[in-house]
Design a binder for this molecule. Structure first.
Ligand SMILES: [Ca+2]
Length: 313
């Protein structure tokens, strides 16, 4: 089988970095057509730069990186330096990138790629707020039926929220964009906090990254060490959750995950629960299913895959 064509839409972010590294390490499974940066964890000038830093760390400076939207559709940008540090990639010391940023706007790249490639052969992998994807769908509604699948990190049901008591960060930052994406009709697979909070980088798992002994292995260990401080303090957990790599791991090994095909709606009207993913996990409404909402992960299998693949770079 030929590798699956993907566009990674991202706001790096240490866990975004690991998701990108996993994809770039897996050319037999994934062909990365491009990486599109969006404002999220940190502002756009940093996310597009961080995306290029990660490509160079992977030894793949030929990867096409595009800058997209610098603010949510209808709101002021909320960032997460309290988790990811000032640069978004705090932890390791990595050189500034020398590879170019593409001139084309990320949204135009997404639209043109979906129109140029054969229908149903391009998968979108959003790892940040859904601004770029929603803007593309708004500007070019014809692309919705050309998308093979949207596999995204965002939302929560059992874990409820991390940026507010009710909302997960990616959805909260641009709820109008999320609403647009969940209503677009393309097949959607969601990696919510319910899954990612089971993918914890314990000391043993981080030691396995470090033991790879390469610049990539050591950088990943240093990144997770940096942002685990926040989660350990907040949740009292054994380590930091690796949110975004769940998306790229799913595309390589879907059997690691289990979930339900259900209806998911996005709250955009309430100040109290803004950005909540109202997931009908128990099937208590007659609203039509629009997403496969994951609930569980084989965490040991996930970390085994990550460690093996990162060791290739
Ligand atoms: Ca992210």
């Amino acid at each position: 089988m030929s590798p699956r064509k993907i566009i990674i839409d991202t706001d790096p972010g240490q866990d975004d970095a690991v998701a990108i590294l996993l994809a770039l390490a897996s050319p037999e499974d994934l062909e990365v057509l491009g990486i599109t940066a969006v404002a999220g964890n940190v502002p756009l000038p940093l996310t597009q730069k961080n995306a290029r830093i990660v490509c160079e760390l992977a030894g793949k400076p030929e990867t096409l990186v595009y800058a997209g939207c610098d603010a949510p559709i209808a709101r002021k940008l909320v960032t997460a330096e309290h988790v990811h540090g000032k640069t978004g990639l705090d932890g390791p010391t990595l050189p500034d990138p020398t590879m170019p940023l593409q001139d084309q706007h990320a949204v135009d790249f997404i639209i043109e790629t979906l129109r140029a490639e054969e229908e149903g052969t391009v998968t979108l992998c959003p790892l940040g707020p859904l601004t770029n994807i929603a803007t593309a769908l708004k500007r070019a509604p014809d692309i919705a039926e050309r998308i093979q699948e949207i596999v995204l990190m965002g939302g929560a049901y059992f874990e409820v929220g991390n940026i507010t008591p009710a909302a997960e960060f990616n959805i909260y930052v641009d709820p109008e964009a999320a609403k647009k994406v969940f209503a677009c009709g393309a097949p959607i697979t969601v990696m919510p906090l319910d899954v990612t909070h089971k993918a914890l980088v314990t000391a043993e798992r981080n030691n396995a990254f470090r033991a790879i002994g390469t610049p990539v292995g050591i950088a990943v260990a240093e990144m997770t060490e940096f942002f685990e401080r926040f989660d350990k303090e907040k949740y009292g957990s054994a380590g930091a959750p690796l949110h975004d790599p769940c998306v790229t791991a799913y595309l390589i090994k879907p059997d690691l995950f289990t979930g339900r095909h259900i209806n998911v709606e996005i709250e955009t009207g309430s100040d109290l629960t803004l950005g909540m993913t109202v997931a009908d996990w128990w099937g208590v409404t007659d609203r039509a299913p629009n997403a496969t909402f994951m609930g569980d992960i084989d965490a040991d299998g996930f970390f085994a895959l990550l460690t093996e693949r990162l060791g290739r770079l």
